[in-house]
Write a protein that binds this ligand. Structure first.
Ligand SMILES: *[C@@H]1O[C@H](CO)[C@@H](O)[C@H](O)[C@H]1NC(C)=O
Ligand SMILES: *[C@@H]1O[C@H](CO)[C@@H](O)[C@H](O)[C@H]1NC(C)=O
Length: 221
């Protein structure tokens, strides 16, 4: 939120040179609200201090997005009054119909010094750039992270599977080679060879993790 900009009453609209109309001082702020949440729009700004100057104010009117003017509650919008003035608009559930500009028109009392009633405007843009999806985005990001972790774990599992498969396959292959080489010897001796070979492979895996990784990438990824 925050008072994003103050439009000074310098904008002069000259229509065909004959009539000059000066726009009242306008204090603008935008508010972004989630769907179906409530919103309170107050006819005030840090620069106006309306709540401290009620006595100087003749009237407060609100212009709704459909450009109707209200000073009393309607079916959809509650007017919360202070000092008999329509100080706050309370919207229970903000849906698309409620998006738009809410303009509060403050008419100050005329004084001896200033006979022309001063008018000031507070304009709220409610979900002008769409509703607040920040929570939804955060939720989506959380899911994305969980998804990424799950994907990471899956890759890890695949990687480990590849390593295991590679060395088991290699161990078996080498065992078979040894079997062929030692064809002349007895079955009993072959088994002894196999066991020694497997033990060798195991210690190799442990001591040389780096080469194990590169092997996995070459052959399976
Ligand atoms: C709006 O004001 C009312 C009354 O003061 C309060 O109960 C409600 O919680 C407020 N809503 C929001 C969204 O601040
Ligand atoms: C508004 O009120 C605050 C607190 O009373 C004060 O510090 C500030 O100067 C006032 N601003 C104006 C523009 O009256």
């Amino acid at each position: 939120m925050g008072w994003s900009s103050v439009l000074m009453a310098t904008m002069m609209i000259a229509s065909s040179g004959a009539v000059t109309y000066t726009l009242p001082m306008t204090y603008k702020a935008d508010i972004q609200v989630e769907y179906f949440r409530g919103a309170n729009l107050t006819c005030d700004s840090n620069m106006l201090n309306v709540s401290q100057n009620f006595n100087n104010i003749e009237s407060i009117q609100w212009m709704l997005p459909d450009v109707s003017l209200i000073t009393e509650s309607t079916n959809t919008i509650k007017v919360i009054k202070r000092n008999m003035l329509a100080y706050t608009l309370m919207i229970d559930r903000v849906a698309d119909d409620q998006f738009g500009y809410y303009t509060c028109i403050i008419v100050y009392k005329t004084t001896m010094v200033n006979e022309n009633a001063e008018v000031k405007v507070v304009r709220w843009g409610l979900n002008i750039n769409g509703p607040d999806f920040s929570k939804l985005r955060a939720e989506y990001a959380r899911h994305a992270i969980v998804g990424a972790i799950a994907a990471g774990i899956l890759l890890g599992v695949l990687g480990i599977t590849c390593v295991i498969w590679h060395y088991r396959y290699n161990a078996r292959k080498r065992r078979n080679e040894i079997k062929y080489a030692a064809n002349a010897s007895s079955e009993y001796n072959n088994k002894a060879y196999d066991d020694i070979d497997i033990e060798k492979e195991k210690s190799h895996n442990k001591s040389n993790g780096e080469s194990a990784d590169s092997v996995v990438i070459d052959e399976h990824m």
